[in-house]
Write a protein that binds this ligand. Structure first.
Ligand code: NAD
Length: 381
């Protein structure tokens, strides 16, 4: 492989004199190579070819959509969790309840990408047949980019509304008005199908002002974060991403003050408590792993309204919203899901940027599970 080498752009933030962060060079890696690299490591810990493909595809697609926080940079953490017994290869979503529209699954601490896909696909099948499914998945290892599951539903013409809570490690997100972490980044995803000429609406976001993985990416790249994202261990504003990764820990702020806080709280109840796994209250173990619980409501919109009228309204609404004069002439109004589609097209063509620190960490993860330097030689950079 010959990844193209390029320097990370120097941001004004990173030049401020307070920062001791060092800018890291990034390499551009073709997505096919990243898939092969990730799969090779997963196969080495015993994942079947199918599982390795699902997890690798999910991670690389997260990079392609621009969410490096949920891409291959998660592999070192996954390998660490495997070594600590917090994720077990080749586990499947175990049905624990089936009651009318209600489907409940135990993820058995299997790879989240596998068990969440399985649970979602059961919900999709149910909603296709009877119009509505409520899918509850508990005890999954990290399920990654939640939009992935919403996209599976919209591909079948269905609407999906997902709420996720995060357990397993110390809280990282402060409640509105608080000064230390009480939640983790509890994401939500609302996905609605598109129609001819109109792509699907996919709103997929953390309920913190920024995803924790993006703070890790900034730290690895040596960048300061913009104002208003972080507080330090005293509850004071800071831009230094390292406060989230070394003691004494700081915290992320909730998205939109009391509003994101309210959504994060909702995720604890709908995803954590109603999956029968639990919320982030102190008695829930903080082992150092990553557990996700998810509640998804999946339904067929044309059980409520006429299909043609629905599609016409979707188009008219998008046209209306996007016609707003851009406040910055270079940035037109977008629909949720547009940035990911644009980044996907560009990165498929140009390669995925991976910073040197992340690349070394992934390589070390491979070595730690017994891959040899010779096996990894194909990916020397
Ligand atoms: P983000 O802020 O990059 O994007 C959030 C949403 O806003 C997306 O739907 C995007 O399409 C939309 N958007 C972005 N810019 C837009 C614009 N200019 N106009 C219109 N819409 C726009 O996302 P995030 O909050 O950083 O989350 C990143 C990823 O992290 C998500 O995929 C999320 O599922 C994932 N996540 C997962 C976990 C977990 O525990 N599994 C936890 C937190 C976050």
């Amino acid at each position: 492989m010959s990844p193209k080498r390029r320097k990370t752009k120097n941001s004004a933030a990173a030049k401020t004199k307070k920062s001791a962060l060092k800018l890291q060079p990034t390499i551009l890696v073709p997505h096919e190579e990243l898939r092969a690299y990730t799969m090779a490591i997963l196969r080495h810990i015993g994942s079947t070819a199918k599982e390795a493909q699902i997890v690798a595809d999910h991670l690389v697609d997260a990079n392609l959509t621009g969410h490096d926080s949920h891409g291959v940079g998660m592999m070192p953490r996954y390998i660490q969790n495997f070594r600590n017994g917090f994720v077990t290869p080749n586990r499947h979503a175990k049905p624990v309840r089936r009651d009318g529209a209600f489907l409940q699954f135990d993820g058995q601490q299997g790879f989240g990408q596998v068990v969440a896909q399985e649970a979602t696909d059961k919900g999709i099948a149910k909603a296709k047949k009877s119009g509505l499914a409520l899918v509850s998945l508990g005890n999954a290892h990290h399920i990654g980019r939640v939009g992935t599951y919403g996209e599976r539903a919209v591909a079948q013409g269905l609407v999906s509304l997902s709420f996720v809570n995060v357990l397993g490690h110390k809280p990282t997100v402060a409640p509105y008005g608080g000064s230390d972490g009480r939640f983790i980044t509890n994401p939500i995803c609302f996905a609605i199908p598109g129609t001819d000429g109109l792509p699907p609406f996919v709103l997929d976001m953390a309920t913190s002002v920024i995803a924790l993985g993006k703070v890790r990416v900034a730290m690895n790249e040596g960048r300061l974060l913009p104002e208003g994202k972080l507080i330090d261990h005293r509850g004071k504003p800071t831009r230094d991403p390292r406060v989230m990764f070394s003691e004494p820990l700081g915290a992320l702020l909730p998205l939109g003050e009391h509003k994101g806080y309210g959504l994060a709280y909702t995720c604890e109840i709908l995803a954590g408590i109603l999956s029968a796994t639990g919320s982030i209250q102190p008695k829930t173990p903080r082992t150092g792993g990553i557990i996700n619980n998810m509640l998804s409501v999946i339904f067929d919109p044309v059980r409520l309204v006429d299909r043609n009228w629905f599609h016409g309204e979707l188009k008219a609404l998008a046209k209306h919203v996007k016609a707003s004069r851009p406040s910055d002439p270079k940035s037109p109004v977008l629909m949720p899901g547009d940035p990911e589609r644009a980044t996907m097209a560009q990165r498929r063509r140009d390669g995925v940027p991976v910073d040197r620190t992340t690349w070394t960490e992934i390589r070390n993860a491979g070595l730690s599970v017994g891959m040899t330097a010779k096996q990894l030689a194909r990916w020397n950079t």
